[in-house]
Design a protein around this ligand. Structure first.
Ligand code: UD1
Ligand code: PEP
Length: 429
């Protein structure tokens, strides 16, 4: 097991390349189950979630070859192998195996998913959707059993706007008989990316990216080639790092329209942000940023996945900021760790109140989830002295070549093995 070491205070400059989107990748890979021939997915991020999903496709009998950033999946020999335990528990997106296997085999057994612990993360809307399509769904000892004689298109109103439920219902509905309409659907760019892949396979989907998606089921879906969209959350994280420590930083391979809410907030703080077709340019005023209040919302609102790293930036803004997470009201595990670094932040209900103008100090901290990790990396870059971040396995779920990308920008970051005492601490926690 390793930890991330950051010698803080180094200015950043240059260009950083954004990888393919994690939250697309983790849906596109299960979607390949639905095809009857080879699916090639290009520009996948080299992160642990992708490796685990590849392994899961092999567990159900597929051939899934990862060459650099390209995954080739031959789904022909796949079977409806039950996956009640094991790797499915290591990530959130294993829930997409439910929709994809239900679509192809009309049955699936999938253990309840893992992923970031952000407080309760129910999947009732996924299940409501599968049931509306005609599946019988039961929860037996922590695994979801799904079975349908036939899937039939239906009108499904989501009570909660959910990315996962929207995609999962799409995955099953492309192979249902007749028309499915998802109302109050989520509109995130990753949903459009998944709909694009499914359409290339022959699915009939209209309205992805709006809150009403219409799907006309088809009898078969073929193989295809798909190139994934850039990761707006990784891009946003580097934008926040650049705002914190950047002289002049170019973030390359970005769709800036995906990040309008972040760009608006950075500008409100006094950070210079310019955009062109596929780049964002950031110049930070170095210090004296204005504090801002912020609420996370469903897309195109401010993404909850950037709330944690943005909070770190606000610790050094002039004045107080209030950050409210309306999506995951308990997504504040990073705050205790930021306090160890000297931050003056308190949590009240769904909000963090940040008293800014604090110079953070390097400390030993723990990433409890993926974006808490990103928040601590931002803090470590800003801090005086060395920051040691354990829980690196969370960060590895979502950031490809983080150390290399940061060092290319002028940061001083490296990985080190945990010593015996630290290993004991991890084991007992
Ligand atoms: C793999 C992936 O894409 N993960 C992203 C996805 O997670 P995920 O798809 O799991 O998140 P959802 O969009 O489903 O969750 C949004 C809200 O709806 C609630 N909810 C969701 C489903 C459900 O059946 N019932 C229910 O009540 C959740 O508790 C949460 O409060 O979107 C989140 C919100 O943008 C992001 O933080 C995650 O990075
Ligand atoms: C919460 C996240 O991921 P997951 O849903 O995969 O746990 C995230 O990407 O910030």
């Amino acid at each position: 097991m390793e930890k991330l070491m950051i010698a803080g205070g180094h200015r950043l400059s240059g260009t950083v390349q954004v990888s393919g989107a994690k939250n697309s990748a983790v849906a596109l890979i299960p979607a390949a189950i639905l095809a009857d021939s080879t699916v090639t997915i290009d520009h996948l991020p080299n992160i642990s979630d992708v490796g685990i999903l590849r392994d899961l496709l092999e567990e159900i009998g597929g051939q899934a070859e990862l060459n650099g950033n390209t995954l080739t999946v031959n789904p022909q020999d796949m079977i409806a192998m039950p996956l009640p335990n094991g790797k499915v528990k290591k990530l959130r997106a294993s829930y997409y195996l439910m929709g994809a296997m239900l679509g192809r085999f009309k049955k699936a057994v999938i253990g309840l998913p893992g992923g970031c612990n952000l407080g309760p993360r129910p999947i009732d809307q996924h299940i409501k959707g599968f049931e509306a399509l005609g599946a019988k769904v039961t929860n037996e000892q922590g695994a979801i059993y799904l079975r349908a004689d036939e899937l039939k298109g239906a009108r499904i109103y989501l009570d909660v706007v959910s990315v996962g439920a929207t995609i999962n219902i799409m995955l099953a509905a492309v192979r249902a008989k007749g028309r499915t309409v998802i109302e109050n659907a989520a509109k995130e760019p990753e949903i459009i990316d998944v709909a694009t892949l499914l359409s290339s396979m022959g699915a009939k989907i209209k309205g992805a990216g709006t809150d009403v998606i219409r799907i006309d089921g088809v009898d078969e879906l073929s193989g295809c080639y798909h190139s994934i969209i850039p990761d707006r959350i990784e891009a946003g994280t580097y934008m926040i790092m650049a705002a914190a420590m950047g002289d002049e930083v170019v973030i390359d391979n970005v769709i800036s329209q995906h990040l309008e809410s972040l760009i608006a907030k950075l500008r409100e703080m006094g950070v210079k942000v310019e955009t062109n077709e596929d780049q964002v340019y950031i110049r930070s005023p170095r210090e004296g940023w204005t504090s801002v209040d912020l609420k996370t919302l469903v897309y195109p609102g401010f993404p909850t996945d950037l709330q944690q790293p943005f909070t770190s930036l606000l610790t050094n803004a002039e004045g107080s900021s209030i950050v409210t997470d309306t999506i995951y009201g308990a997504r504040f595990k990073h705050i205790d760790e930021l306090r160890r670094m000297g931050a003056n932040v308190k949590v009240e209900g769904r909000s963090a109140i940040i008293n800014g103008a604090v110079k953070l100090q390097g400390a030993k901290v723990r990433a409890t989830d993926l974006r808490a990790g990103a928040a601590l990396v931002v803090a470590g870059l800003m801090a005086e002295g060395v920051t040691e971040i354990s829980g690196l396995e969370h960060i590895d779920r979502g950031y490809e070549r983080l150390v290399e990308k940061l060092n290319n920008l002028g940061a001083r970051v490296w990985r080190e093995k945990l010593d015996q005492e630290e290993l004991k601490e991890v084991e007992s926690s």
